[in-house]
Design a protein around this ligand. Sequence first.
Ligand code: IMP
Ligand code: MG
Length: 336
Amino acid sequence: MSVTADVIVDLQYGDCGKGKVAHYLSHKNFYTHVLRYNGGCNAGHTIFHKGKKFVTHHIPAGVFFGVKSIIGSGCVLDPVQFFREINMLEKSGVTMKGKIFVAENTHVITSANKAEDRKKGGKIGTTGRGNGPAYRDKYGRTGTRAVDIPKLRPYLVDLYKEWYGSKKPVHILAEGAQGFGLDIDWGDYPYVTSSHCTTAGALLNGLPPSAVHNVWGVAKIYETYVGSKKFQPTGAVFNAIAETGEEYGSTTGRRRQTNWMNMQTLERAIRMNGVTHIVFNKIDVLRTVGRWSIIDKDNVRNFKNEKAMTNFVTERLKTLGIPKSRVFFSESKERI
Ligand code: IMP
Ligand code: MG
């Protein structure tokens, strides 16, 4: 039977608003599955649903629309956090039964992994959620898989059967975590996370390249980064952006550093991820701050107004094969 996938990938350093795009796309009732394809509970998904704010770390946006949601083999799972989120969402009236599953070959984050990360992760400023040590154990072949945890049994699926065992067509919305700038191979090593945040990372969950149709790249109209390296330039405007944009990590509460959007790193991310559609979030923040600038070819380029800047970006995207009709500038927490 046929298997197709649309991928949502963050083009910067995480926190660009993938959850909102997932929420928007899964609303269309087209997808049979939502797949989280990388990362652990280092991720923080902020979702506004029916006027209420939800923060999840493991559970993908699909559950809000009753779409079958799977934490894939490219992820690492903390069972304690997993059950905590299920309880939290159930209490808020979001039905979980029969909606959330875990691939049986997904690796597990152990309490030893978490303790180690809290102790040693400070150097690069990890979230302390055990992500790095869990992936190390996986690749060192000393890890524990979901299939080995009795409490997870009712939630397990075999991705092969899930994708290829169905009599009906399978349409997957593959939702990434973190972002291209944090990718283990293409991010600013060692200031990276330990998983594959790219479109390629989605394929690691049992999907062939030919299954991928649309790739939704998600960026912010300015950049943010949270971690140990120095990222934010001097200038009061960057603090103003952070305050206006409420740029505090949803996992650790740390203040995110900010900078203008960098066109060269964006282009690299667009090419390497095969982006077909792109959403720029938080236009409203720059509108409030009243400054329109980007970094292009190592120089800050200032624009006189919003229109001048969005036109410039749209023209540049055309040269990368993304037409204007597939570029979205979003100014709302709930809509794209
Ligand atoms: P780790 O993923 O916890 O190992 O942290 C590695 C780096 O990735 C640190 O700079 C974290 O702040 C950053 N990071 C991890 N997950 C996220 C995320 O979901 N959003 C933004 N930054 C993240
Ligand atoms: Mg986040």
